[in-house]
Design a protein around this ligand. Structure first.
Ligand code: NI
Length: 173
């Protein structure tokens, strides 16, 4: 297993629209293991392949407190949604920022699981929010896109500035 580098806003690669997974094979299996390791280490409750610069329609999630409910969604499609829920969301690709985002409260999602089997699942609560957030990543969309332009620009400026500071520190001896 290997920990992968997570792309951070405003990296333009996060705007890539991911393409469907064609074969659920050993290479994908390794990527899934690496994504779980990266997500748990961060720590986060969801991670889309887009965030680790792999532009395939794949995401992993585990909203449990004790890493006991790992889910793998390959080529996920939301086929039903209803209700409205507002959650204060954060994102491993937008570190340090949390903002309220409105999403469907309940979804039915169709996907392939890790074995390549076709599955349909109902999700609600945090898992439903997480799946919607991660599918957005696969479409090149970030939670900051739901905010006002002014707020998004403020976050962008601060993150770019933070990155400059980090780079400077790393070469100061
Ligand atoms: Ni995210």
């Amino acid at each position: 297993m290997a920990k992968l580098t997570i792309l951070e806003f405003p990296d333009p690669r996060l705007r890539t629209r991911a393409t469907p997974v064609k074969s659920v094979d050993a290479e994908l299996d390794t990527l899934i293991d690496d994504m779980f390791e990266t997500m748990y280490d961060a720590p986060g409750i969801g991670l889309a392949a887009t965030q680790v610069d792999v532009h395939k329609r794949l995401l992993v999630a585990d909203v449990s407190a004790d890493k006991s409910s790992p889910y793998v969604f390959i080529n996920p499609v939301i086929i039903e949604k209803d209700g409205v829920v507002v959650t204060e969301e954060g994102c491993l690709s937008v570190p340090g920022y949390y903002e309220e985002v409105e999403r469907a409260e309940h979804i039915r999602v169709r996907y392939l699981d890790r074995k390549g089997d076709d599955v349909e699942m109902d999700a609600e609560g945090l898992l439903a929010v997480c799946i919607q957030h991660e599918i957005d990543h696969l479409d090149g969309k970030l939670f900051v896109d739901y905010l006002s332009e002014a707020k998004r620009q403020r976050i962008r400026k601060r993150l770019v500035k933070d990155k400059r500071h980090r780079t400077a520190e790393a070469v100061t001896l």
